[in-house]
Design a protein around this ligand. Structure first.
Ligand code: AMP
Length: 450
């Protein structure tokens, strides 16, 4: 098992080429993160890698930089002509776009321009088919769209030398198990890299099936890698949450805030109420067109929109630099989702705050989340928002009831969205079912002699 040393080597000492070092320097990465220290040399040596790494750990560069280096020096052999040479599977459209963007940025000074494409559902398949003509050096894909492209004979995998599974646990959470099985059966990549935050049984099974004698990487949560997130819990009556949110935006001086709600309906409803109160707010959920989602994220990142009101699925994996605050307007269904949500702030060494609104009827549910995290947050009461509702004491550990809605009028749920909804529904049971944490699995795998 690789353990990150206390004094980190420089990127140059990890064996990366000058054009990549130049791009890294321009990205203002001063030194490699622990997962990069451990993964980059192993990937360059052509080894398989099994890494326990969270979003925000720098994992994209950890697999991306050595992968780009290998692609830039490996000649494209005959079998790879018209084929994809490296394939990254990502759970969401946003992550596929983001990883593609990062890899294109890292590759910009390589002597030969690499063709790096992101392909994902929710947009027309034709431009992606056109772009794939003649093959590609690297494709970042969501599993469903990858299979559609294969069905259209628009893409060939015979020449894939490296397969990367990014956020493998999320791939399963979002219902991609069948797609993964089909894709994996088509591949015989000599090198596989698997990154996952948690290691439930499906991920362990996939790792055992695909990886050969992998370099195992577990980055201990040192003060350097533990994000600086202040967690707060505020007691408030459910009907007064929007008003409280507006007040907090002002009093706390949040320039941008990501607000999580339970349903697509609620994203629209809360964003609408905020807009009517003069706050620049935008909804983000899975039923919006891909164009609208991309634009919403762009506007938020560019600070044209101050409040993004999102569902878990829509916000998963997105990387927003300098996000000072996350608000759980509705509590997450599971303790795992709580971690994912609050991890959107406090990234890249910046401090952040995560505020959870806890109406009386959600108190028992929040206590379960706290218990899972061995956490007990003091309940704050904000002057003017003193709660009047009584706590439901008996066995009510369900999250606050979602407004019943058939979704957004005039839009039909796609098959994938239905699967995702089912996966999200299953997470209710997850609340009391801890997933194996990264730390757990590495602890268990460690030989007793070490
Ligand atoms: P990731 O875990 O790949 O989503 O990366 C999280 C964030 O950290 C992204 O905004 C990256 O641009 C940034 N990042 C990655 N590596 C480094 C590094 N070595 N130094 C500073 N920031 C980094």
């Amino acid at each position: 098992m690789s353990v990150a040393p206390s004094t980190a080597p420089s990127f140059g000492e990890l064996g990366l080429s000058a054009p990549l070092l130049r791009a890294i320097a321009e990205s203002d990465y001063r030194e490699p993160t622990p997962v990069q220290v451990a993964a980059i040399p192993a990937v360059l040596r052509g080894e398989d890698v099994l890494a326990a790494a969270q979003t925000g750990s720098g994992k994209t560069a950890a697999f991306g930089l050595p992968l780009l280096q290998a692609l830039s020096v490996q000649p494209c052999d005959a079998a790879a002509r018209d084929s994809v040479r490296a394939l990254v599977l990502a759970p969401t459209r946003e992550l596929a776009m983001q990883v593609g963007e990062s890899l294109r940025a890292y590759s910009r000074y390589l002597p030969e321009r690499l063709k790096i494409l992101s392909v994902y559902g929710g947009v027309s398949i034709n431009p992606q088919m056109m772009a794939l003509r003649g093959g590609a050096d690297l494709v970042v894909a969501t599993p469903g769209r990858l299979l559609d492209l294969l069905d259209h004979n628009a893409l060939h995998l015979a020449g894939v030398r490296t397969l990367v599974l990014d956020e493998a646990d999320r791939l399963f959470d979002l219902g991609f198990a069948d797609e993964l099985r089909r894709i994996v059966a088509l591949l015989s990549a000599p090198q596989t890299l698997l990154f996952s935050a948690t290691f439930p049984a499906e991920v362990q099974g996939l790792a055992e099936q695909l990886l050969r004698n992998p370099t195992r990487i577990a980055v201990a949560a040192t003060p350097d890698t533990t994000p600086d997130i202040a967690q707060r819990a505020i007691r408030v009556d459910a009907p007064r949450r929007t008003q409280l949110l507006r007040q907090l935006i002002q009093t706390e001086g949040w320039t941008r805030v990501l607000v999580f709600v339970a349903t697509q309906y609620a994203t629209e409803h809360v964003a609408d109420k905020l807009r009517r109160a003069g706050v620049q707010a935008q909804a983000l959920h899975g039923e919006l067109s891909q164009g609208t989602r991309t634009q919403a994220l762009k506007d938020f990142k560019a600070s044209n929109v101050q409040v993004l009101v999102a569902t878990d699925v829509a916000a998963r994996g997105i990387d927003i630099e300098l996000l000072p605050a996350v608000v759980n307007y509705d509590l997450p269904r599971s303790a795992v989702d709580y971690t994912h949500r609050i991890g959107r702030t406090g990234r890249a060494g910046q401090a952040g705050v995560a505020v959870s609104f806890v109406p009386a009827q959600a108190e028992a549910h929040f206590r379960l989340i706290e218990k899972r995290h061995q956490l007990r947050l003091p309940r704050e009461v904000i002057t003017g928002f003193e709660p009047t509702e009584a706590e439901v004491v008996e066995g009510n550990d369900a999250p606050p009831a979602a407004p019943s809605t058939g979704g957004i009028k005039g839009k039909r749920k796609s098959k994938k969205d239905k699967l995702r909804a089912a996966a999200a529904g299953n997470q209710v049971a997850d609340t009391t079912q801890p997933k194996t944490s990264a730390a757990d699995i590495w602890q268990r795998r460690r030989p007793t002699s070490s």
